[in-house]
Design a protein around this ligand. Structure first.
Ligand SMILES: [Zn+2]
Length: 313
């Protein structure tokens, strides 16, 4: 089973799409398969994006948020909308020349005014796209933890029209682990009274956004914490190590353009290089790089989990 993309892979795609397509105007939208667009017809989806300029490419957790404005020159008051994408198992966004053959499983193609095309491809058909209006408070930037805060603040307000599940998932996201908001104190209060396994806590997108099965295992190994420990059992020194490990593992993975497991290929068709740096993920039977004990694989929080029984207590 492919387990990516997680935060580092989505961030890699974000950087490539931003570098190649930001500032470009959409001159056409071709929807080959409307099932990938939530709660909107292909015609409406196309009508709302055609003619707009891609002004920002952001990421929240494992979600990509592309902002389109009616006229880039009109400033912050220009009509905006945001395209939210969750790549799930095997989705990807690539930017390529129009002559490039349309590969199988290409579901949406945006023609850009510089002649390039932004293409949404999904081999496993689990990913989804949705549009979110641009005028909403707190969603100004999607790297912005503001999106999550606005979501929570609005929870007690008047009922709003039903939103695509994708947008609701985005609003429910917890703290962005590489943001300034993710402090040791923040992590500590998040773990307090948390009776669930630490592995499950790390995978819960409503608590910390962007960590999946691969990076949860790597983080817990670096922190020397057993995946079956409960959140509330961690001593202050362990919380501090966990915080440092989350930051370090994710930053290092981004630097190496993510991990390659089966179907994941980044937006340039190049493979991530973090696979060579994995310490425990899918290394069961191999010697722990720290102590030499055999790495174990066990089911924790419903997921295949890899750890060193000696280093992780
Ligand atoms: Zn070990």
């Amino acid at each position: 089973v492919s387990e990516v993309p997680e935060l580092p892979e989505v961030e890699t795609i974000r950087r490539i799409v931003s570098a190649k397509a930001r500032g470009r105007r959409v001159i056409s939208v071709t929807v080959h398969d409307p099932k990938f667009i939530q709660d909107l017809s292909a015609a409406d989806f196309s009508a709302r994006l055609t003619g707009k300029t891609l002004t920002d490419v952001a990421r929240r957790g494992k979600y990509l948020v592309l902002t389109f404005a009616a006229d880039a020159a009109a400033g912050p008051d220009a009509e905006r909308c945001r395209l939210v994408a969750h790549l799930m198992m095997a989705g990807r966004l690539i930017v390529c020349p129009p002559g490039e053959p349309i590969v199988k499983h290409t579901h949406v193609v945006f023609g850009l005014d510089n002649g390039l095309e932004l293409r949404y491809i999904d081999l496993r058909h689990f990913g989804r796209l949705a549009l979110m209006d641009g005028g909403e408070a707190g969603t100004g930037r999607a790297d912005a933890t503001g999106a999550a805060r606005a979501g929570r603040a609005g929870a007690g307000a008047a009922p709003r029209p039903a939103e695509p599940t994708l947008i609701r998932g985005l609003r429910a996201l917890g703290v962005e682990p590489l943001s300034d908001d993710f402090t040791v104190v923040a992590l500590s209060s998040l773990l307090a009274r948390r009776k669930g396994r630490i592995k499950a806590v790390l995978l819960d997108q409503r608590l910390v956004a962007g960590i999946g099965n691969i990076y949860a295992d790597e983080v817990l190994f670096m922190a020397g914490i057993h995946p079956r420990r409960t959140g509330d059992s961690l001593a202050p020194a362990e919380v501090k190590r966990l915080h440092g490990a989350i930051r370090a593992v994710l930053a290092q993975a981004i630097e190496h353009r993510g991990t390659t497991i089966l179907t994941y290929v980044d937006g340039e068709g190049r493979r991530g290089e973090f696979a060579g740096l994995l310490q425990v993920y899918q290394k069961h039977g191999a010697a722990c790089p720290r102590c030499g004990t055999a790495i174990v694989r066990a089911e924790v929080a419903g997921r295949g989990t890899h750890f060193c029984p000696r280093c992780q207590r």
